[in-house]
Design a protein around this ligand. Structure first.
Ligand code: COA
Length: 260
């Protein structure tokens, strides 16, 4: 599958999707959103892909937001479908059963921050700036940002970020629990690899069970979440990979999981 605004490469089970509109700081126009949707669907159905990495082209931006030129030209009806499409894309990413890592290599603003928030894990370079500046444009986040942010950091901090529109440093984002770690810009690629490689080797049923139990479980009543965890735990225990993982431990060797 080839794209105009994305570069896609799979290496050793790690599928990297690079958003590629560097002259516009990788801003998400409709075409890029549609390409991203297609690329994610494609990767989700490809058994060779075990981990997905999302990043931005160039050394300045992950994604500097939804495309402001397009936003300005939209009718309210078009704005509604734009928001719904963006939300669906972000929800699809979050509900994938393969881990998605955001490699935040610069500005992650507006739709860029919303995209990062939909990923399962986030590593930021130390020059990254994260924020939801929509209020400065007379609008508000529309790709799920208000909802994911409040769930991650609580209403006090979510309201400050949304109402001020001021970006925060990568370091502050780490303090708030918005990113998993911050590394020097020239270490980002390696840090992402270090996070992704063990996930490529992990038992896929365990990975799927953890993603679903943590993310879906957080949205439902505790008892229902615990029942979900039990169901996913027993599914793991029905796999050859469980036999392999436990045998490898007892035989003092590294496991070789087969995804069965
Ligand atoms: N949509 C459309 N174009 C964008 C964009 C966006 N979200 N963000 C940046 N661009 C474009 C700029 O218009 C500029 O295009 P031009 O060269 O044709 O004039 C180009 O990308 C470079 O951006 P520029 O503003 O010149 O870079 P900078 O280093 O001075 O500032 C930012 C960087 C990120 C602080 C600034 O671009 C910015 O504030 N962007 C908008 C962020 C935003 O509000 N996002 C939420 C959108 S809903």
């Amino acid at each position: 599958m080839s794209f105009e605004n994305l570069a896609v490469v799979t290496r050793g089970g790690i599928h990297t999707i690079t958003i590629k509109r560097p002259a516009k700081l990788n801003a998400l126009n409709r075409q890029t959103l549609q390409e991203l949707y297609a690329a994610i669907i494609d990767a989700s159905g490809d058994d060779k892909v075990r981990v997905i990495v999302l990043t931005g082209a160039g050394d300045k931006a992950f994604v500097a937001g939804a495309d402001i030129v397009e936003i300005q030209q939209q009718s309210p009806t078009e704005a509604s479908s734009f928001s719904a499409f963006g939300q669906n894309l972000m929800s699809m990413i979050q509900s994938l059963d393969k881990p998605v890592i955001a490699a935040i290599n610069g500005f992650a603003l507006g739709g860029g921050m919303e995209l990062a928030l939909a990923c399962h894990l986030r590593i930021a370079s130390d020059n990254a700036r994260l924020g939801l500046p929509e209020i400065k444009l007379g609008i508000m986040p529309g790709f799920g940002g208000t909802q994911r942010l409040v769930r991650l950091v609580g209403s006090t901090r979510a309201l400050e970020l949304c109402l001020s529109g001021e970006p925060i440093t990568a370091e502050r984002a780490e303090q708030l629990g918005l990113v998993n770690r911050v590394v020097a810009a020239d270490q980002l690629e390696q840090a992402v690899k270090d996070m992704a490689e063990p996930l490529v080797k992990a038992a896929p049923e365990a990975v799927r069970g953890i993603l679903q139990s943590v993310l879906h479980g957080a949205e439902i009543h505790l008892e229902a979440g615990l029942a979900l965890e039990t169901a996913r735990f027993s599914l793991c225990c029905a796999t050859e990979d469980m036999q392999e993982g436990t045998s490898a431990f007892l035989e003092k060797r590294s496991p070789k999981f087969k995804g069965r």
